[in-house]
Design a protein around this ligand. Structure first.
Ligand code: GRF
Length: 206
């Protein structure tokens, strides 16, 4: 893998199939990339994201999330922070990680935890945002890359990509269109962060 000497080291957390992680990994493998994926961690032992990472030679680990369903308990939080520190990450990129991160985790990586959310925040925070968009009848939605803070999908917005809502969209077709946009914009943002530049490209150019 060709890596820019200025590369930032990124750890990815995910619970699902890992399409965003794959997009990040493919972008990181390009010669002019300014970030590299150094570890992938999941709270779900059989998550596809772990297999997709291992196929690409990226260290991938299940870490027990503890006793709660929607967050990490204190011991688990310490395990996650320790693993990310062990991998010497500069940034943590959330890619479908289905747990809220708070307190000690965020203060371990201040302003360095990034998330991708499938709506144009602040519209439709929380779960299944594409279904919320359909239910409200909006004509455009999209995705947002943002810094994670103590709220739910409330941190500083770094980039957004607009996606049209079609008259005949189903929940699945809209979600798929949003995910195509996610896979473009998330790598762009990580490259910008790696270059230390504030200029983000947000055009929807297929
Ligand atoms: C993405 O659609 C993202 O918006 C949300 O979780 C989903 C993860 O999908 N936060 P994948 O695991 O990257 O395919």
């Amino acid at each position: 893998m060709a890596v820019n000497s200025q590369s930032i080291r990124v750890g990815v957390l995910g619970s699902g199939k890992g399409s965003n992680m794959v997009a990040l990994a493919e972008a990181a493998a390009l010669p002019d990339a300014s970030f590299k994926l150094v570890t992938v961690i999941s709270d779900t032992v059989k998550a596809g994201i772990l297999d997709r990472a291992r196929e690409r030679g990226i260290p991938a680990t299940f870490i027990d999330p503890g006793q709660f369903r929607t967050k990490l308990d204190a011991a688990a939080e310490a395990r996650y922070v320790a693993a990310l520190r062990e991998a010497n990450v500069d940034y943590v990129a959330l890619a479908g990680f289905m747990r809220i991160l708070k307190g000690d985790f965020l203060s371990a990586f201040p302003q360095r935890v990034i998330n991708i959310h499938p709506s144009l925040l602040p519209a439709f925070p929380g779960l299944e945002s594409w279904k919320q968009a359909l239910a409200h009848g909006v004509k455009v939605t999209g995705c947002t890359v943002h810094v994670v803070d103590a709220g739910v999908d409330t941190g500083t917005i770094l980039a957004q990509q607009v996606v049209p809502v079609m008259d005949d969209d189903t929940s699945d077709s809209l979600h798929e269109r949003i995910q195509i946009a996610e896979r473009m914009v998330y790598p762009q943002v990580m490259n910008v962060l790696g270059r230390g530049s504030a200029i983000l490209k947000t055009d929807y150019d297929k």
